[in-house]
Write a protein that binds this ligand. Structure first.
Ligand SMILES: C[S@@+](CC[C@H](N)C(=O)[O-])C[C@H]1O[C@@H](n2cnc3c(N)ncnc32)[C@H](O)[C@@H]1O
Length: 277
């Protein structure tokens, strides 16, 4: 039976900038152990069953499958979320949206809406940080909502409700203190769609018409009917789309329009405040 050290070396050829890290994650997943355990017990023999499972995952990783889909989870904010091929893999830049939402001056018992919740990442991060907020999370994908429901149970959040809806359709007549969305915003011709993890993510979570701006436009146009006076709309978008999204927000009558940058310094989240004058 191979040792932990030998199995770690067998992933050196993974076509990834993070081959070593990927190999560690896959081996930890198969063994049900931490990285610290791998380095504490490098000589330990690994069972035939576990070795076979690990080698299968390495093969799938060589074919490009994202690590998050192979291990079925991804960390986001303070949470470890279940993920499968029906959901976008939550990204660190979306944590910038969560951080901005937590800075907003909202009522203690704010009602917030996460549009296009996918795995439930944004809704759940907010729900655990603000247990008295009432968080509604919607998506038009029943399969994604099943993953979100699993994550609501996994996190033990009691203040999140899920809805199947085409954007604002199922919340007609309802108003919120904040509307938050990381909608599809990639142009269908964007070459990034043919590279890396995005090749395996649902197109419906990624691609939008009108150079990636169509869903952002729908969300901005529908927001006024769903915001309380002084409520906020925050939208994640592509790093070149900030001027277009700010223009949409001004055009729709928002004020305090602003953009926040992600950790790489790229303009990724734009938002504004709605006043019912
Ligand atoms: C970029 S993913 C974001 C997922 C999650 N919020 C996150 O940040 O990881 C966009 C999500 O919007 C959903 N979506 C796409 N079109 C939609 C629509 N018309 N109505 C509701 N949800 C939609 C997709 O199913 C997908 O889950």
């Amino acid at each position: 039976m191979p040792s932990v050290r030998e199995l770690l070396l067998s992933g050196a050829d993974l076509p990834s900038d993070s081959a070593r890290r990927d190999t560690e994650i896959l081996l930890c997943h198969c063994l049900g152990k931490s990285r610290a355990w791998l380095y504490t017990w490098p000589e330990k023999a690994v069972s035939a069953e576990c070795t076979q499972r690990f080698r299968q995952l390495l093969t799938e990783r060589r074919a490009g499958l994202p690590i998050a889909y192979l291990v079925g989870e991804r960390d986001f904010w303070s949470l470890s979320l279940a993920i499968d091929g029906n959901t976008l893999i939550p990204r660190p830049e979306t944590e910038t949206l969560v951080a901005w939402a937590l800075e907003l001056a909202l009522p203690d018992d704010a009602k917030v809406l996460d549009l296009g919740t996918g795995s439930g990442a944004i809704a759940l991060a907010l729900a655990v940080e603000r247990p008295v907020w009432q968080v509604t999370a919607l998506d038009n994908s029943a399969n994604a909502l099943q993953v979100a429901a699993d994550n609501v149970a996994r996190v033990g959040a009691h203040n999140v409700s899920l809805l199947q809806s085409d954007w604002y359709q199922a919340v007609a007549g309802k108003r919120f203190d904040a509307l938050l969305a990381n909608p599809p915003y990639i142009d269908c011709e964007d070459p990034h769609l043919t590279r890396g993890d995005v090749r395996f993510e649902p197109r419906s979570a990624l691609v939008s018409a009108n150079r990636g701006l169509a869903d952002l436009q729908l969300l901005v146009e529908g927001a006024a009917a769903h915001l309380r006076d002084g409520g906020w709309l925050l939208l994640e978008h592509g790093y070149t789309q900030a001027p277009a999204v700010r223009a949409m927000l001004y055009e729709a009558g928002f004020d305090k329009v602003d953009t926040h940058c992600d950790a790489a310094g790229l303009e990724r989240i734009s938002g504004g405040c709605w006043h019912a004058d």
